[in-house]
Design a binder for this molecule. Structure first.
Ligand SMILES: [Fe+2]
Length: 374
């Protein structure tokens, strides 16, 4: 059976968006932050993941993830982006224990809960997993095993690379006007780099384009994929890549325990919505494209160097320079992707993919089978 890549309808339709929230973000493991953001007891951070308010907090039991909502009047338990505060609702001061169980109920006589009722009251706890310093959450009561979403080799690489991350992190979040899938597709598409980033990113790469020297096959790789029509395994959608970059050391490299030995630009694509990268193992960035609506995405960006040899080294100025550079590259993509989204409509024809975009078509085939249920 011949299938085809996604249609533009799947980038603009509220029905598809609802399916994604249920069958994709509702089921898969999603990156949420770094363990270094919750080092001390009661340290926490809050954010939204696919529209759901999440609270990550270190309790006496360890790092725990909850929906940031009190079971009483559904107020947020923690009301700021990060801090250090016990699990107490600011509205009526209900307090919660290490696993989210109800602890204290001021003026309890007013509620008249039976012991049984009271025992059932708790925060909505989510599954959370640590891979090195990367934290993932899952909304499902019985999540797919992490090893099904990511291969063992890949998880080992994530563990190794993320163990090199420094704890001084710079972060930004801005809203863009395009569907989150366009960004995941854009970062896997290395052939845009010389055209969209001729002055910023492209000069860093020594060989931005990997040439495919073979004669065109018939049918092409893409045609074969589509004719087979079989969805790839979920773990095939996340993979590492490495490209050679200018052999040059940054001034700060000697101040850090750098990752790897190569002059390489490392990428770890994490399906569904993360691009984790490192420039020569000297500094790292993690981009996440968090869906807000079919045509809107929150672009989260974290950056840090490899671990400082001396924690007294202050990289505040360096990190703000690095993030400014990265935001300039992102701005070049944003212009293209917002224009793409703006042009999508009923008149739109299908995408025309070539062999170098096989990974992208694989994503579409998995999505058709698992989100759209085709
Ligand atoms: Fe780009």
């Amino acid at each position: 059976m011949t299938r085809h890549a996604l249609d533009v309808e799947h980038y603009i339709s509220p029905e598809t968006f609802a399916l994604e929230r249920e069958k994709l973000f509702g089921k898969l493991w999603t990156f949420v932050g770094f363990s270094s953001m919750v080092r001390e007891r009661n340290q926490f951070f809050t954010r939204k993941v696919a529209g759901v308010p999440i609270l990550i907090q270190r309790t006496t039991a360890g790092i725990r993830a909850f929906i940031n909502e009190c079971p009483h009047r559904l107020s947020a338990i923690q009301t700021v982006a990060e801090g250090n505060r016990p699990l107490i609702c600011p509205y009526h001061a209900w307090s919660f224990g290490a696993e989210g169980e109800l602890h204290g109920l001021p003026n309890h006589g007013l509620y008249q809960f039976t012991a049984q009722e009271r025992e059932k009251i708790c925060l909505h706890k989510l599954h959370v997993e640590e891979v090195g310093q990367l934290l993932f959450v899952n909304f499902s009561a019985e999540p797919v095993p992490l090893r099904e979403q990511f291969s063992d080799d890949y998880l080992e690489q994530l563990r190794e690379a993320s163990s090199c991350l420094d704890t001084q992190i710079i972060y930004s979040c801005h809203r863009v006007r395009y569907n989150w899938k366009l960004n995941m597709e854009n970062v896997k598409d290395y052939n845009h780099v010389p055209f969209v980033h001729p002055k910023t990113f492209s000069p860093v790469m020594t060989a931005p384009i990997k040439t495919i020297n073979s004669e065109p096959q018939t049918p092409s790789l893409i045609m074969q994929l589509l004719q087979q029509g079989a969805a790839p395994a979920l773990s095939q959608l996340s993979y590492p890549t490495k490209a050679p970059i200018q052999p040059y050391k940054s001034w700060f490299a000697s101040l850090c325990e750098t990752y790897g030995e190569e002059h390489a630009y490392y990428n770890w694509f994490m399906y569904p919505n993360v691009n984790f990268c490192s420039v020569r193992g000297e500094h790292f960035l993690l981009q996440q494209y968090d869906p807000v609506s079919p045509g809107e995405t929150d672009y989260h960006l974290w950056m840090m160097t490899a671990r400082r040899k001396d924690v007294r080294t202050d990289f505040t100025a360096l990190l703000s320079t690095l993030i400014r550079g990265e935001r300039a590259v992102i701005a070049e993509d944003t212009v293209i992707l917002e224009r793409l989204q703006d042009g999508f409509g009923k008149h739109s024809r299908r995408f025309t993919h070539g062999d170098y975009e096989a990974h992208l078509v694989q994503q579409h085939l998995w999505y058709r089978a698992n989100v759209l249920g085709d």
